[in-house]
Design a protein around this ligand. Structure first.
Ligand code: FPP
Length: 238
């Protein structure tokens, strides 16, 4: 199983440390989020050269609503701006964009932009970018269970057929492969409710770099480290 050249096909990132990055510069937290958005652009562009086909980023969690109204509103504005400004570039660069998370609580203007970007880039296949927005792993699993229970109640699904291959079909990520590598920036070693089901066998990299300092060089370095790790998926080494 040891392969010196293996590349993580799917990388998921918990982009943490924007607030601290701004505080260190005595600037408002939103300045850190704006700097973080620049890194999102850079990291997405770096994917083809690194051989990363799927990139999933944690932009806003179901818990992030607890932040101040100013920060939440600023983040929502930033997401809308990112979609408006980047749509054409993403289309031309071959990036297919998807959003995961519960859209019900998001403002309609943002949801329209998200739907539009998904539709616009639906034929792209070079890089698959998934943005987790109002996303929580437990929330996703709960929503999936609800949908599955509904299918059972409608006679569309036999409870006897429920297995660990059926269940992920109800998750937001149903069209994506499981992540091979999950990166969290800013020195915190927590999963924070991100891709709970999907990351069962993922490798984790907790790095000290704050997200606004996460350059494509740092990204390449972390992805490179994955190449020398040995993944066993519960089996013994061969
Ligand atoms: C965590 O840092 C970061 C967030 C909650 C927001 C992530 C958003 C971006 C990187 C903005 C751009 C995203 C897109 C998709 C355009 P934190 O605020 O928790 O940092 P702290 O732990 O230092 O306070």
């Amino acid at each position: 199983m040891k392969d010196q050249t293996q590349v993580p096909k799917h990388v998921a990132i918990i982009m943490d440390g924007n607030g601290r990055w701004a505080q260190m510069r005595r600037r408002p937290r939103l300045v850190g989020h704006h700097a973080g958005a620049k890194r999102v652009r850079e990291v997405v562009r770096a994917c083809p050269d690194l051989g990363v086909k799927y990139l999933t980023i944690f932009a806003f969690s179901t818990e992030n609503w607890k932040r101040t109204q100013t920060e939440v509103a600023g983040l929502m504005k930033l997401f809308k701006r990112y979609i408006r400004r980047e749509a054409q570039n993403l289309l031309e660069e071959g990036v297919r964009v998807r959003f995961i998370g519960d859209r019900v609580k998001l403002e309609p203007a943002l949801v329209d932009l998200m739907d539009g970007l998904e539709l616009l880039t639906a034929d792209n296949d070079k890089v698959h970018l998934t943005i987790a927005l109002n996303y929580g792993g437990r929330d996703e699993v709960t929503r999936a269970a609800k949908r599955m229970a509904y299918d059972v109640s409608m006679g569309k699904l036999n409870p006897r057929d429920v297995c660990d291959e059926t269940f992920p079909k109800y998750l937001d990520t149903h069209v994506l492969p499981d992540p091979d590598l999950v990166i969290r920036t800013s020195g915190e070693a927590r999963i924070s409710n991100f891709l709970l089901w999907q990351s069962a066998y993922a490798e984790y990299e907790f790095i000290d770099t704050l997200w606004p300092d996460f350059t494509s060089e740092v990204f390449a370095e972390v992805v490179g480290r994955f190449g020398v790790r040995e993944r066993r998926f519960g089996a013994v080494p061969v």
